[in-house]
Design a protein around this ligand. Sequence first.
Ligand code: SAM
Ligand code: SF4
Length: 348
Amino acid sequence: MLRSSPSLDSASKRVPHRGALVDRFGRVHRDLRISLTDRCSLRCTYCMPAEGVPWLAKGNILTTDELERVARVAASLGITEVRLTGGEPLLRPDVVDVVRRMARIEGEQGPLEVSMTTNALRLPQLAGELAAAGLARVNISIDTLRPERFAELTRRDRLDDVLDGIDAARTAGFDPIKLNAVPMRGVNDDELVDLLRFAVARGAELRFIEQMPLDAGHVWSRVEMVRGEEILKRLSAAFRLTPIGERGAAPAERFLVDDGPATVGVIASVTAPFCGACDRVRLTADGQLRNCLFAREESDLLALLRGDADDDAIAELMRRCITGKRAGHGIDDEGFLQPDRPMSAIGG
Ligand code: SAM
Ligand code: SF4
């Protein structure tokens, strides 16, 4: 079969249905996380080293046409949501175009829902354009409200830019805005209540994420990690938290704050894994498909995209990648090995 041209196919937008991405455990995959770049404007200690980052080869970074093609094939396999991440996705010069092209792809249940996880530094410049291009939702990372602490934690003195970015997201009409925070012992674990007050005051939903073993320095420690239970205990001292119940494939366990409407989420990926309901698959900026954040193997889509493979071959590789997915991330297994890539190079 001839390799289909992205421009021709994107003109018709609607993609043929090729069946669903179902793994050996019956999990149907709907959510594709695409890393747009491994570059970042911050250097969060739990994610990147201070210096000496082994950058991906520039020539291997997927082009916009290649990204669109992968998303289109994924939509034909039942993917309904694309989350753009990184590294810092807003560092990609063509990010608005990527959003526009993704948001036009029609899947089984209508256009792909396109969302983004960002550090917000470039939102003051880009939020309006991104909204107009079809970006549906943003998740913004903010781990501290104290400028000096922010500078230490991210190794860059840019808290004001993040705060401006959050305001810009609101002005652009993103709703809900989700905020992500990773509590770290002795670093920001005394700020959990302040962070939630901040989020509630801005009508944003805060989600606390347990720190995972994905740091470039491989110094993560389970003993040091602030556990989901501890997060809830600390918050409960200041707020009345009522569980919201059913979470489906969503990673966050959510609670009403002081009877609502504000909510808070806790993503206890380590101590209460939600692997049984996982519907996510990841594409790195250099075209490697990963069936789990903690996968040790990758499927080389880049080689297919740069060769003469047709869309069926790409779909087949995606299917094989999902078939090989393990039941869980295995952080607790004896012999667990942290992935070689840091979070910034996988795409969070
Ligand atoms: N640069 C963007 C940002 O920070 O939002 C997107 C990429 S970042 C890798 C995506 C998310 O992963 C962020 O919310 C970040 O806090 C989270 N993250 C990074 N390293 C982590 C780790 N070791 N454990 C838990 N979450 C982590
Ligand atoms: Fe950059 Fe996001 Fe990693 Fe922080 S968490 S270093 S902002 S990619």
